[in-house]
Ligand binder design. Structure first.
Ligand SMILES: [Zn+2]
Length: 273
């Protein structure tokens, strides 16, 4: 009987502790100063970092600390995990959420890093319904079950060249934001800044234009991979928005303004192309 009386208070205590201990640990992690070695890594690997306004750099530091506190990194295929890999990936992922109110990728738990491109078996179903495993080489992959997979050499190429509109970390983490709405459909969770109707109108139109230029073999500022699916379009447009903001604002005004309202930053303030 006494045990029965104890079950409820003990369960409540368990729930309180389960909620309270992680937030206390996070508070402690965020109270620590940002390590000087991490700043040196960012100065070395991410040319956009020293150009960020001081206020945004401070915010980035806190986001990186939270990201590294909450996410689990694993090196595979011989890659030994270290701070350089963790800090570089965390910084680029957190660039996307510098001003977003949605938390630090709450559904994401694991980041798996290969030394280079990795091969994945896709199931290719032909017209007769025959399933044929088809190996494909990938630089990154984003999963809805809380996992991102990246190739470290591509991460470094994308980070150090922040002007070509190609960045695998920005791409895969844009997919993570897209997943937050429950579907990988190119429409992430929107706050009060947009209606889904205007989002669908602006991105849908730009998607069709990219599909047309890709079909006709015409050059476009956005990588033609974005023409393969609306989710890929959002990820590719995100890469261009952060790496080539000036050109995007000139050539795709409405798309630029829509992404600027979503990400709540204007990368033209720290990049001049
Ligand atoms: Zn993609």
């Amino acid at each position: 009987m006494i045990i029965a009386w104890l079950i409820l208070p003990l369960s409540l205590l368990g729930i309180v502790l389960a909620l309270w201990v992680p937030s206390l640990r996070l508070k402690r992690a965020l109270a620590r100063p940002f390590p000087a070695e991490w700043s040196r890594i960012l100065e070395r690997n991410l040319p956009v970092y020293p150009r960020l306004p001081a206020e945004l750099r401070e915010r980035l530091h806190r986001l990186i600390q939270q990201f590294l506190h909450q996410k689990h990194f694993t090196g595979v295929a011989g890659l030994e995990m270290n701070d350089e890999i963790r800090v570089t990936i965390a910084a680029e992922a957190c660039l996307l959420i510098l001003n977003r109110p949605s938390g630090v990728y709450p559904a994401l738990r694991y980041i798996i890093v290969y030394p280079g491109a990795f091969v994945v078996d896709y199931e290719d179903v032909d017209e007769a319904g025959v399933v044929d495993p088809e190996p494909r080489e990938l630089l990154g992959e984003s999963w809805q079950n809380g996992k991102v997979v990246l190739a470290w050499d591509s991460v470094m190429r994308g980070a150090r060249n922040f002007v070509d509109g190609q960045n695998v970390v920005l791409h895969e983490f844009a997919h993570q934001l897209d997943h937050e709405s429950g579907y990988a459909d190119g429409a992430p969770l929107l706050g009060g800044e947009h209606s889904y109707r205007s989002w669908a109108e602006v991105l849908g139109e730009a998607y069709e234009v990219l599909q047309e230029s890709s079909r006709d073999g015409r050059e476009s500022l956005l990588d033609e991979y974005g023409a393969s699916h609306p989710a890929e379009f959002f990820a590719v447009a995100t890469e261009t928005f952060f790496e080539r903001p000036g050109q995007m604002a000139r050539h795709h005004r409405r798309l630029f303004e829509t992404l600027k309202a979503y990400y709540r930053v204007d990368p033209r303030e720290w990049l001049d192309h």
